[in-house]
Design a protein around this ligand. Structure first.
Ligand code: SF4
Length: 402
């Protein structure tokens, strides 16, 4: 998450709230991968991979590890606890009277984006909420009243809020050591915190709004990111990849009926890039990602990936806390510098340069861990009783290498 002062940028007379040059992206009418709108089924959240692991679909080891795999590392446990606390403030009373707002959906979209950036969002996009992006039922193993409860959500718009997982940490980590879950839950809880404030603000303006964040989504996030112009489908399973952050982000969503102008999907050449690159499939320690061609699954065109193997690596990782190796090694996981913005522009506009960039990424050592830059502590709560020990199997710390 960057700490910047938002300055309203003006490009050809139009104001842009966004800190990244999203106005230079090629906009298209539909996402660059097929979505058969009429064939996409709504999903029951209880059928998501981690929930299946929790009820034993992927074997006894993952059933045992599922409740502890985030909490076992104290920083990811603390970040997850914040997400859990936000569950109580995702929705609330709507002001009895609508505020006197400009009758201008384009201005209001600009204003809501500025509000999210003011709250330290990294990227924001808006789309109409696709009906198939709403879960049929909620899942919550901790709350029998919520577990299996039908979802009723008819809001018209979705505001997606992205938070960077942090380039410096992504550079230092192996991808599957003791910081991976903390990277995820820092972004989950921070984006959730922003979404809860944005939703409350919209309700105070007199319009219904609900925040959706990790531990409390009522929506499936990837299709919202595609329609809101925040990325394209990539080879990493269901992950949407952003041209400025790569896959190194997590997202929260606000759904609302506040009239807003929507963004269009983007095309930055990722389908061609991912079809050549395959670096994540080579690097995945769980063998979950495929080097094969795309398939149609549940109405979506996507690269095939094994949910069981991915969850097995993330929840079942006994040498670390979670796994984000695919995110770490991806050539789009880069710092926001002038050089990398220029390379990104070239990747978007010069297809012939892509094979060279893919080759050069490896040759220049991108994707390798930098243990000398580790800042976090390797600690594990082995028995779930709050007693922390240095893990028997762990990545080496800076002090140990001296
Ligand atoms: Fe696509 Fe390569 Fe990133 Fe995988 S590592 S998501 S193939 S660009």
């Amino acid at each position: 998450m960057k700490a910047y002062d938002i300055k309203v940028r003006t490009v050809r007379g139009r104001r842009y709230a966004d800190p990244y040059p999203v106005e230079r992206l090629k906009r298209v009418d539909r996402p660059t991968t097929i979505i058969r709108d009429d064939d996409v089924p709504r999903i029951d959240e209880r059928e998501q991979g981690f929930n299946r692991a929790g009820r034993g679909d992927f074997g006894p080891h993952l059933k045992e590890q599922r409740p502890r795999f985030v909490k076992k590392q104290p920083l990811s446990g603390a970040a997850m606890q914040m997400s859990l606390l936000l569950k109580g403030v995702v929705d609330g009373l709507v002001a009895a009277r609508k505020a006197p707002l400009p009758d201008d959906p384009e201005f209001m979209a600009f204003h809501i984006k500025e509000t999210a950036y003011f709250l330290r969002a990294d990227l924001v996009g808006i789309c109409e909420l696709p009906p198939y992006a709403v879960y049929t039922h909620s899942a919550d193993a901790r709350d029998p009243e919520l577990d299996g409860k039908p979802v009723e959500l008819n809001h018209r718009y979705a505001i997606a809020i992205l938070i960077d997982q942090d380039w410096h940490t992504a550079r230092a980590t192996t991808g599957s050591d003791w910081i991976s879950n903390a990277m995820s839950f820092m972004s989950y809880s921070t984006s959730g915190f922003i979404a809860c404030i944005v939703a409350d603000y919209i309700r105070r303006l007199g319009y219904p709004a609900r925040a959706h964040h990790a531990m409390n989504y009522q929506v499936v996030v990837p299709p919202i990111l595609l329609w809101a112009g925040l990325g394209e489908m990539c080879r990493i399973g269901d992950i949407v990849l952003n041209p400025f952050l790569g896959p190194r982000f997590k997202a929260a969503v606000v759904t609302t009926d506040l009239p807003l102008a929507v963004d269009k999907p983007i095309d930055f050449g990722l389908q061609d890039f991912c079809s050549r690159c395959k670096k994540c499939a080579r690097a995945c320690p769980g063998g979950a990602l495929s080097a094969e061609d795309k398939v149609i699954y549940n109405g979506y065109e996507k690269w095939p990936a094994s949910v069981a193997k991915c969850v097995g690596m993330r929840a079942g990782n006994m040498k670390g806390s979670g796994c984000g190796t695919c995110i770490k090694v991806c050539p789009w996981n880069k710092p926001d510098t002038l050089l990398h913005r220029a390379v990104g522009w070239t990747m978007r506009h010069v297809p012939l340069a892509r094979p060279i960039a893919i080759w050069a990424d490896d040759r220049m050592g991108y994707g390798r861990p930098h243990p000398e830059e580790q800042w976090w502590l390797d600690l594990e709560d082995v028995k779930g009783n709050g007693v922390l020990t240095v893990p028997a199997r762990k990545s080496r710390t800076r002090h140990e290498r001296r």
